[in-house]
Design a binder for this molecule. Structure first.
Ligand SMILES: Cc1ncc(COP(=O)(O)O)c(C=O)c1O
Length: 451
């Protein structure tokens, strides 16, 4: 097809051609011709044929307030009219306002924030700061994790994408996950399992590694991409206590779990645990402009009065991003978003439990707030997964068939291995959520048949 000089072009075939031939898409083989999306509003988006889709994924689990929230859009427009860019060392009203707002919503020990362009850069900066502060080099990360796509963050990542580093950053040590439905140690209850208790497993690793060489432990408080794994009560506190005992920093990767996704500002808040650093992004401004944060404790902030911050970005604290962050956080406060997400989450899990009576493929239902997952199995007693871990191609067919069916029915879903993630916008209406669950109900027939 000829190059089009029209801007913006509205010819969907041209968009697909350019996508297939000249655009490189994340984590995929190239050449796909996707549906062309022309608009969105609230929990819905639509394509060039006018077909509407209910966004049960919030795109990349970042549209916490849905598509085109008017307060965020207006804040970006207002800031664009006022000042589009000013360097990170200059004073900026929206930047200072966002930094101040962060202290209101993070745990009490967290006082200061560095702004980034996303979650990877936040984690990258967190591990560098941890290494400078402690003078140690090792970072302990878990297998069932995703921490980002830059060199260090992908090395910390435990899911199969970390093989793409072709040689991880030196110093990464792995820890097992408190995945109680499939306990890595074969225990039937968390109380008997050193991994699910947290501290005992970490202590064992530290014995081998020498705690004096470990700068930080990084964890997603509730694992997102890798299957919505909620830790048992006591786990995070036990990890916290063990880190404190050995002078190791605890980094909470709240990139997906943060900003109300779980019904609280941060995943850690469910257990009242105070990490030394919080990395976040995504929901902070519903992803309308790239933005991430690394928030640090008073102890670290005090140290940084004497020691230069070991990181920087041209776009650190970009005014358009900060303006959208301020607007999003204020909108969540004004609109009671966290309470709504908590209520909708409870309703969703109750509906899923009812669905499990009809669908033998549902092995486990878990989540908090609007951060939910259902794990699909061939057999409830043996818990044999419906598809193998990280299945792709023909092995993943039941899962990809379900995604295709749901999309045809107007429901946008996502999965990892044998887990369907259910992460709609936090402000989804009850009616919309029930519409999505009704389509999901029919979608699960595919999994039942594939058992
Ligand atoms: C827990 C977690 N950490 C880090 C990242 C990376 O964030 P970004 O893609 O904004 O760099 C993600 C992205 O999905 C994530 O889920």
């Amino acid at each position: 097809m000829e190059f089009s000089n029209e801007y913006p072009t509205h010819d969907p075939e041209w968009v697909q051609d350019m996508h297939a031939n000249h655009y490189l898409q994340s984590w995929s083989k190239q050449g796909s011709r996707p549906r062309v999306i022309t608009g969105g509003q609230g929990s819905w988006f639509w394509d060039s044929d006018g077909k509407r889709y209910l966004d049960f994924q919030s795109q990349l689990v970042n549209l916490n307030l849905g598509h085109q929230h008017p307060k965020i859009v207006q804040a970006i427009k207002d800031q664009a009219d006022k000042l589009c860019y000013i360097g990170p060392a200059m004073g900026s009203d929206v930047r200072s306002e966002l930094a101040a707002l962060m202290t209101q919503i993070t745990p009490p020990n967290i006082t200061s924030t560095f702004f980034t362009t996303g979650g990877s850069a936040a984690n990258e900066t967190a591990i560098r700061l941890a290494r400078h502060y402690t003078g140690r080099h090792k970072i302990i990360a878990r297998y069932r994790s995703y921490h980002g796509a830059t060199g260090g963050a992908l090395s910390l990542t435990g899911d199969p994408r970390h093989h793409l580093t072709r040689g991880d950053m030196p110093g990464v040590v792995r820890m097992q996950d408190p995945y109680c439905y499939r306990c890595p140690m074969g225990h039937s209850a968390p109380a008997h399992c050193p991994v699910s208790q947290g501290g005992p497993h970490l202590e064992q690793i530290l014995q081998f590694e020498n705690p004096q060489t470990v700068a930080a432990v990084i964890i997603e408080p509730i694992v997102g991409t890798n299957g919505i794994l909620v830790p048992p009560d006591g786990y995070l506190q036990s990890i916290r206590d063990t880190c404190t005992k050995h002078g190791i920093l605890l980094i909470a990767d709240e990139v997906m779990a943060g900003f109300g996704r779980t019904g609280k500002w941060f995943g850690m808040d469910h257990w009242g645990v105070e990490p030394d650093m919080i990395a976040s992004a995504k929901g902070i401004n519903s992803g309308y402009v790239p933005l991430g944060t690394l928030s640090v404790s008073k102890q670290l902030a005090d140290w940084l009065q004497e020691y230069p911050f070991p990181g920087g970005l041209t776009y650190a604290g970009h005014p358009l991003a900060c303006a959208s962050g301020v607007a999003a956080i204020r909108a969540m406060m004004e609109e009671g978003t966290l309470d709504h997400a908590t209520k909708m989450g409870e309703k969703m899990r109750a509906e899923l439990a009812r669905m499990a009576d009809r669908h033998p493929c549902i092995g486990d239902i878990r989540g908090k707030g609007m951060f939910n997952g259902i794990e699909l199995v061939k057999d409830r007693d043996t818990r044999e997964p419906l598809v193998p871990f990280a299945a792709k191609g023909a092995d993943a067919k039941p899962m990809t068939d379900m995604m295709g069916f749901a999309m045809d029915q107007g429901l946008y879903l996502s999965f990892f291995s044998n887990v369907i993630r259910l992460t709609p916008p936090l402000n989804i209406s009850e009616d919309d959520m029930m519409t999505g669950l009704e389509i999901l109900d029919r979608t699960l027939d595919i999994a039942d048949k594939a058992r």
